[in-house]
Design a protein around this ligand. Structure first.
Ligand SMILES: [Zn+2]
Length: 334
């Protein structure tokens, strides 16, 4: 028996930190914030304990709460006062994200990233304009389930949305619709309007995942019919993720995001290995909700499992992590 090699030597308390390979810092974390133009009061989100939709008037106060924990970046999602077929409130100058962005950037030092998508703004809840000829029926279903979003028409809406966020003061825009060509279209629009210094964090590999459930409560963005499998990625595919990411890199993506995180750590690691850009991972609402649910039953320790989750995402190769645990974990880390 050869016991020359004993890895346990380095697990002693005074040395384990010295040899630790991965560290988690509040500065790695981005807190999602939901701004709701339909409410005058903060609304708790039932399936995401501790999170609320806040009215525009409370947007600065909400972001200040985040900053106090040591987290320096927020991702804004908007719930508009009204929805229509094309999602026109997504690019309205007085839209919910635009208004909140103006206030937050004027009054705080937060780094403001905005979600650029249409699903919260369209009455059908899909991430773009529907293909010609597709109509919602009275029952909320439609004739041909093989068709969904008109890719190229949606690019136009994404351009307008991204530029309206930049004009309002967004520090970074984050297109999340998995529309082919979205990064190039937004880069072109931003550069053409003099916003060449605004980076794009692309949801480069976003999977059609069942782990998004609670977010749809939060952002009121569940599709009224069908699902998003015709534009988001098939959970079975890993090579396709590399192709998706490569296309976004060619179009000028500055940060490459993988969503969800925990069930897709192999993808995070692959993107880290293949590309030089910073990698982000989105620890999604379902990943948050399931730990809370188990902790409520006394089956898991919430703090420890949350921290271990984020550490594993970092270890897999993510430089930044979007997470609903951002504030809690940042406070623990301080
Ligand atoms: Zn969307």
């Amino acid at each position: 028996m050869d016991l020359t090699h004993r890895p346990r030597r380095l697990r002693e308390d005074r040395v384990r930190e010295l040899v630790s390979e991965t560290s988690l810092e509040p500065a790695d974390l981005i807190a999602p914030v939901f701004i709701d133009a339909t409410t005058a009061e903060r609304q708790p989100i039932e399936s995401m304990p501790g999170h609320e939709r806040v009215p525009i008037e409370d947007s600065v106060a909400r972001v200040e709460e985040v900053l106090e924990t040591g987290v320096e970046a927020v991702m804004l999602f908007g719930i508009p006062e009204s929805k229509d077929a094309k999602g026109t409130r997504a690019w309205a100058e007085d839209g919910v994200v635009q208004e909140a962005t103006r206030r937050i950037t004027a009054e705080t030092d937060a780094y403001v990233i905005t979600d650029v998508c249409l699903c919260e703004y369209t009455e059908h809840g899909h991430c773009g304009t529907l293909e010609p000829g597709i109509r919602e029926t009275e029952t909320g279903s439609r004739e041909d389930p093989s068709l969904t979003v008109d890719n190229d028409a949606t690019l136009e809406s994404l351009r307008k949305t991204a530029i309206s966020h930049a004009v309002a003061g967004a520090d970074m825009v984050a297109p999340s619709s998995m529309t082919d060509g979205m990064v190039g279209a937004i880069r072109d629009e931003l550069d053409g309007e003099g916003f060449d210094d605004v980076p794009i964090m692309s949801y480069a590999a976003k999977y059609e995942s069942a782990f998004y459930g609670p977010f749809r409560d939060a952002a009121d963005g569940a599709p009224a019919f069908g699902d998003r499998r015709h534009y988001q990625m098939d959970p079975a595919n890993a090579r396709e993720a590399m192709r998706e990411v490569r296309l976004d890199v060619k179009q000028g993506a500055d940060v490459l995001l993988v969503k969800p995180a925990l069930p897709y750590l192999d993808i995070v690691a692959d993107v880290r290995r293949e590309f030089e850009q910073p990698v982000a991972a989105y620890n999604v609402s379902g990943e948050y909700a399931m730990l809370h649910a188990a902790a409520e039953k006394g089956w898991l320790n919430l703090e420890e499992t949350a921290r271990e989750s984020l550490l594993s995402i970092k270890r897999a190769g993510a430089d930044l992590i979007l997470t609903y645990f951002a504030e809690d974990i940042a406070e623990q880390l301080r």
